[in-house]
Design a protein around this ligand. Structure first.
Ligand code: NAP
Length: 283
């Protein structure tokens, strides 16, 4: 068996095209504020990519950079200032250690929280309300839906328990009728769990973490992990080996990554729609 490729790049392009069309008919255009603190090189790359992709589809985007040593009070007031002139706001993670990440994320207006990381939006998701949902989990679900891969009654195993990936993903999967297991660094014998998965989702960040012995014949394998091997970007899955065992598989790059960006931009558009509705109600 050779697995079919779940082409995140192609599906993301479809999303970008439809967002571009929708935004071209909007006046004013949505505005996105990206907050970046410090000099983390990866954060610089990610924020520039988000700006580039969002501007390509007509979102007005500004990156606001602050010094590593900015104090919490000043940062919070700058966030509120930028939030007032935008429909969507992103606080790029990770933040420097001197700042309380949770406190800062929760200071974002939930209606403008396009990352979906505030306690309000995560809580709503747990209650079954999918409004501004974190982009990576949302992108995984959208990709599966595009290929008509139903989750109902499926046994799904996730290797990751972060707030960015694993935890919101559990809620999305439960909402769709899957039976979910989460593995993490304290799980004993991860392979024992992954071998039972109809759908296996790995977000560890270690190259070749998922070997073909850990995968059930015919499973759907979603590789979220990103790491570097000999200068190349690779995922968690031993792609060449697992390709012959899975029924569907995401490549890295070109799988979950582009879907994440597409879902983030969809959230910006949704945030503007919510904001416009809210304004109408207030009138
Ligand atoms: P993270 O918080 O470091 O998550 C890594 C997870 O892997 C943790 O839950 C950790 O368990 C678990 N883990 C580590 N070693 C393990 C082991 N030996 N056995 C089982 N589980 C193990 O990072 P993250 O922010 O969620 O990101 C995870 C990966 O996904 C990274 O490579 C990141 O670059 C990638 N990512 C990709 C996208 C995309 O768009 N493609 C988006 C987000 C993240 P503990 O919780 O016990 O430490």
């Amino acid at each position: 068996m050779t697995a079919k490729i779940l082409d995140g790049k192609k599906v993301a392009q479809k999303v970008f095209d439809s967002l571009r069309k929708e935004i071209s008919s909007r006046d004013p255009k949505p505005r996105l504020a990206i907050i970046r603190v410090g000099d983390n090189p990866a954060s610089k790359i990610y924020t520039s990519l988000k700006k580039k992709r969002s501007e390509e589809i007509g979102i007005n985007t500004e990156i606001y950079s602050f010094q590593e040593n900015i104090n919490e009070k000043d940062l919070l007031s700058r966030i509120k200032e930028k939030e007032a002139i935008s429909e969507g706001i992103i606080v790029q993670l990770p933040l420097p250690r001197n700042l309380d990440e949770k406190k800062i994320l929760n200071a974002v207006d939930p209606q403008k929280d396009v990352d979906g990381f505030t306690a309000v939006n995560l809580g709503k998701l747990l209650q079954g309300e999918e409004k501004l949902v974190p982009a990576t989990p949302k992108g995984i679900i959208r990709l599966l839906e595009e290929y008509n891969l139903s989750l109902e009654g499926k046994r799904v195993v996730i290797v990751n328990r972060s707030v960015i990936v694993g935890k919101p993903l559990v809620a999305l999967l439960l909402n769709r009728g899957a039976t979910v297991t989460i593995c993490h660094s304290q799980t004993k014998n991860v392979a024992e769990h992954t071998r039972n998965a109809d759908v296996l989702i790995s977000a560890v960040g270690k190259s070749k973490f998922i070997t073909s012995e850990m995968v059930k014949e015919g499973a759907v394998v979603i590789d979220v992990g990103i790491s570097k091997e000999e200068g190349r970007i690779v995922g968690d899955v031993d792609f060449e080996e697992v390709l012959n065992k899975a029924s569907y598989i995401t490549p890295v790059p070109g799988g979950v990554g582009p879907m994440t960006v597409a879902m983030l931009l969809e959230n910006v558009m949704l945030a503007q729609s919510f904001y416009n509705k809210f304004k109408k109600v207030k009138k």
